[in-house]
Write a new protein. Sequence first.
Length: 202
Amino acid sequence: MIVCIVGYMASGKSTVANIFKTKGFKIVEMGDTVREEMKRRGIEINSESVRAFAAELRKKQGNAAVAKLTLNKIKNTKGNIAITGMRSLHEYNYFKKKLGGIKIIAVSAPERMRFERVLKRNKPDDPKTLSEFRKIEEKERRGFATNKSEEKYGIDKVIDNADFVIFNTSTQRALKEDVSNLIKTLEFENKREAGIVQDQNR
């Protein structure tokens, strides 16, 4: 089983991914794949160089370049997999074509709540004002688009087409329970699609 965990900044994607990890899923972070490739090429790694390298990959190999780079790692990983770091519909379409029936799980929380989480975690590269926060988020929504026609492929379109949505607006305990229940649903659906169990509603 392969799932992709997506969402806007500070929605709780990493927290949800960690819960999947405790349930036996292998986590494949697309950003880690970029950093591994940079290391292989002897390129200095920092937040700015990672963004520049990923942008250069997309320029040379198309908007699904990072997904292409990640594919081999996914194929070499056994068991259930949760992919994180997806940024655009281009990447989703590429994975869907190459991997088949992947499920998209969107993690959602209101803007104000997410901004407060950003301020609380206080990472060096995080925005310090709501205005900066919104500018970064707008770039994410556009999915690295360089023109209007490309904007329809942004992360917001991936979220709109999610198979499941997790609302991360309460406690960590509630989130863990919601994700655990979702994993049970995914496991049941996976078995049903494989013909191992039958739909009781038939």
